[in-house]
Design a protein around this ligand. Structure first.
Ligand SMILES: N[C@@H](CCC(=O)N[C@@H](CS)C(=O)NCC(=O)O)C(=O)O
Length: 295
């Protein structure tokens, strides 16, 4: 494809007729990015004693599920007990054969619900939230109109996160070269998304109104963190403090005890973290532990 009206970056760059896999493409995630699916190695996943087995990492997509499980446990649903196993995506654990059997798309989180006659595999964090909400009859209204509103916002988050993480975060914070066009395009979109949320939250306590739902669970780890200046060192650049309603909502969600518990699970960084969770006491201990002194 040759287009004289379009300058290349770097200068003179023109895409080949057929794309070739350049393993030296660079960038922070270069060693795990590949153009083909499927496992790279044999690896059986561990299975713990609880009905729910989660294979994940404490990124925003992983946190949605651990927060949801902690919310369910806080309501007394004992069948929401879970083992949360660490999947190190920088080391390529998501390409192990056992993981790919659960998620052919090789992304965390992946979940097996073993509470029924046959184990059920689930990939995509949004699908996990809907599955858990329906199984425990919590956080997803059953009346058609509020249910549709809740699913709309939940799926809005699933679709918008790729712009935020894969677009804005990638080009603003991670790409090995700063490309003005890409940064402008994704910053504009992410600020528009924040404004969508800010307007929605102008007259609502939670995303869908008076009740906390899976829409809040899905949106908070991404846009709550962004509005609080915790993603991509971008607070000043996107003027995150100007989204006042999102900030107010993010603070309120952050005060919830199950959120404080779920957000540290499968996390190997930050002051409070817990690489793997197999019972509630491990979270209690991690929350009161003193941060390790820097060497
Ligand atoms: N839409 C998916 C996105 C999952 C996703 O992008 N996970 C990232 C971490 S946040 C991942 O596993 N990346 C590893 C890779 O791309 O190889 C979901 O919400 O479950």
């Amino acid at each position: 494809m040759s287009d004289e009206t379009r300058p290349g970056l770097p200068e003179g760059y023109e895409p080949d007729k057929v794309w070739k896999w350049n393993t030296e493409s660079g960038g922070r995630f270069a060693n795990i990015n590949r153009p083909i699916a499927g496992p790279t190695h044999e690896k059986v996943l561990p299975v713990g004693k609880h009905p729910i087995q989660l294979y994940s990492l404490g990124t925003p997509n992983g946190v949605k599920v651990t927060v949801m499980l902690e919310e369910l446990l806080a309501l007394g649903h004992k069948d929401a007990e879970y083992d949360a196993w660490l999947i190190n995506i920088i080391e390529g654990d998501q390409f192990g054969s056992g993981f790919v059997d659960i998620n052919p798309n090789s992304k965390i989180p992946a979940l097996i619900d073993r509470s029924g006659d046959e184990p059920i595999r689930i990939f995509e964090s949004g699908a996990m939230l809907v599955h858990l909400a329906e199984r425990f009859s919590e956080f997803l209204p059953t009346e058609p109109a509020p249910r549709a509103e809740c699913l709309s916002w939940t799926f809005w988050q699933m679709a918008s996160a790729a712009f935020l993480g894969g677009g804005f975060g990638h080009f603003y914070a991670y790409a090995p070269v700063a490309i003005e066009y890409a940064i402008d395009r994704y910053t504009m979109e992410v600020k528009r998304q924040l404004d969508v949320l800010d307007r929605n939250l102008a007259d609502k306590e939670f995303i869908c109104g008076d009740n906390y739902t899976i829409a809040d669970v899905a949106i908070w780890p991404w846009y709550g963190a962004l509005a609080k200046g915790q993603l991509y060192s971008s607070a000043e650049y996107i003027e995150c403090h100007t989204y006042k309603n999102v900030n107010r909502w993010a603070d309120e969600i952050a005060r919830r005890e199950p959120v404080q518990r779920g957000r540290i699970v499968n996390r190997t960084w930050g002051e409070k973290n817990l690489a793997e969770r197999h019972d509630a006491g491990e979270i209690d201990a991690a929350l009161v532990a003193e941060p390790e002194a820097a060497e």
